[in-house]
Design a protein around this ligand. Sequence first.
Ligand SMILES: Nc1ncnc2c1ncn2[C@@H]1O[C@H](COP(=O)(O)OP(=O)(O)OP(=O)(O)O)[C@@H](O)[C@H]1O
Length: 448
Amino acid sequence: MSSEPMMIRAEGLGKCYRVYERPEDRLKQSVVARWRGLRGQPPPQYYREFWALREVSLELRRGETLGIIGRNGSGKSTLLQMLCGTLAPTTGRVETGGRIAALLELGAGFNPEFTGRENVYLNGSVLGLTQAEVDARFERIAAFADIGTFIDQPVKTYSSGMYVRLAFAVAVNVDADVLVVDEALAVGDMYFQAKCMAHIQRLIDDGVSLLFVSHDVGAVKSVCQRALYLDRGQPVALGETAGVVEAYYSARVQAERAARPTPEAASPELPAQDLFDPADLEAQAEFARRADFQRIRNGQAEFLDVRLTDLDGQPLECVEFGQTVVLRMLFRANQAIALAGMAYHVRDRTGYDIIYSDTEIESRPITDLRAGQVVQTDWRFTVRLREGDYSIAAMLSIPENLEIAQVDVCDFVPIALAFKVVRGETLPLHAACHWQNEVAHRTLEGEA
Ligand SMILES: Nc1ncnc2c1ncn2[C@@H]1O[C@H](COP(=O)(O)OP(=O)(O)OP(=O)(O)O)[C@@H](O)[C@H]1O
């Protein structure tokens, strides 16, 4: 358990809304309830209860980062608002320590009639800064927002992009102990988003705690050590981000599958074909054990083995930076399949996707498979990743609508294998990965 000071502690948080079918029911509820109350009669109920969130408990200590993921309407914003104190919980309680700067959904936090400048001062005072403290920060905030003379216009005249620029500039410049970001960044342009993410990373490095809600699970993975997965208001998983994200993806794939007609059950006795080397059976059993973690199969086709080898076919666990390797995938179609897709993700130790490719991107479709057919697919590539630990997720699917990337997932193995990259004889790498560059210099002035 961390000894860092507690920034936010929530226990048994829940939020119940009263939902009225018709507007007049709301009026009836207040009038009739009061009237009956005066007569000592039990109040009527013209509404139904809807629990937007139930039983959420969590802790956030100094310097910790927690992402909140879940589908639309799962309760993420409701939770953040209760943690920030802008929404009263129905059950449970929240304790906070330190200054919390929140970047909630668009519209929250600013008075639309005030100018940007006035809102900066207003926000600063809400967060406990004195006028002199806001004065000292104002130029930095305006420069970060970069909205020019709009700073002296009422914010109701702002585009959503300008609005979020100013809101973000304030939130990250008020020396907060906790930064709460709810999806707001999705509004800004890509460059501003990148600037914000870099800034958030710097604040985290300086010990600021972060609560982060985003539909971009990749962004959550890259900035958050831990994550909470909410489903229909219930906490499903809370823990280290990579595991929580896998649980979220697994549930989504299962839900999508449940929404479609059940595929015909595969025959488990289908014989392996001649491509299948019987000597590999032991390796395949070992793969099946390794691949078991949160694996999802629908029986239409399945991986028998996934391994990383050198160019001589020798299995590898350690790859040198710059080494060319082969990712070998063996799978069996358990029924006839006209068109199958295969994909792999290379993920770093936090579960963040570094590299992805599939047979569609590479224009190498797998077609006309017979039931029982075993196929070996080799991906050959040169590894130019920073030294560290990586895993490979593998997916087999049947495309349904490629235009909207809709596929029926036959086999999804979140951790098909793990490998290490060690530094070769080349230079150390300063970023996650490297591609080959062609570099040209040309002297434009002062030529000899
Ligand atoms: N004032 C309200 N009255 C009734 N129901 C509400 C109210 N506010 C939110 N809800 C409902 O509570 C549930 C959770 O909403 P919330 O906005 O927290 O979800 P979310 O996970 O943030 O969704 P999204 O990803 O779409 O922003 C939703 O079903 C929403 O319709």
